[in-house]
Design a protein around this ligand. Sequence first.
Ligand code: ADE
Length: 231
Amino acid sequence: MQIDILTLFPKMFESPFAEGIIKRAIDKEKLSIDFLNFRKYSEDNYGSVDDYPYGGAAGMILKPEPIFKAVDELREKRKEYFNSDQFPLYYLTPQGEKFDQEMAKELSKKDYFALLAGRYKDVDYRVREHLVRREISIGDYVLSGGELPAMVIVDAIARLQKGVLSDFESAETDSFHNQQIDCPYYTRPREYRGYEVPEVLLSGNHKKIADWQEKKRKELTKKFRNINLNE
Ligand code: ADE
């Protein structure tokens, strides 16, 4: 799978993408990520990519030209992946569709898409109207740019690529795999500072353990998401 990230701050991604599961996905060639700093398409000598909003408002707006030109470059470079008028550009914005495990699964099956990490107050609306095919939010709060959301999305997708997690680490048991929150886990020691591991987990009775885990998943899903899994 190939992902392009359009960003003014490609360096922000260096360390998160050089560790752990994302690195493993890249090393195993399950995932390839490239960055395009659209400042290179700035049309003045100062490299500026933002300007004041027409009509007046607080904050600056990303200009359309550098982003349209960056997408022209990618449209040509990645043309084997999509029909020419369907360039899959996804814009990261708090106004977008809410990212969740279902969307992670859906995106993880794609061969290619590009993420546009915004900065400043917003991007010129023509980019959203005429280039962007999907708008994604990672939650109802405002971050100072789309870079952290892009990292979140890449991480969630990297671990779903086939052959990235071992069977042992399997994503099938993660929280939200079936809408539900996962059960609690414990490891050694059996007792620490007087805090004990629940007896049932030490019983060796697989049926009892599975029932307890299922009960806990239901309890926690009700408690933290107010969803009744029985209904
Ligand atoms: N850009 C700023 N805040 C964001 C959010 N919550 N989700 C996606 N992109 C963003």
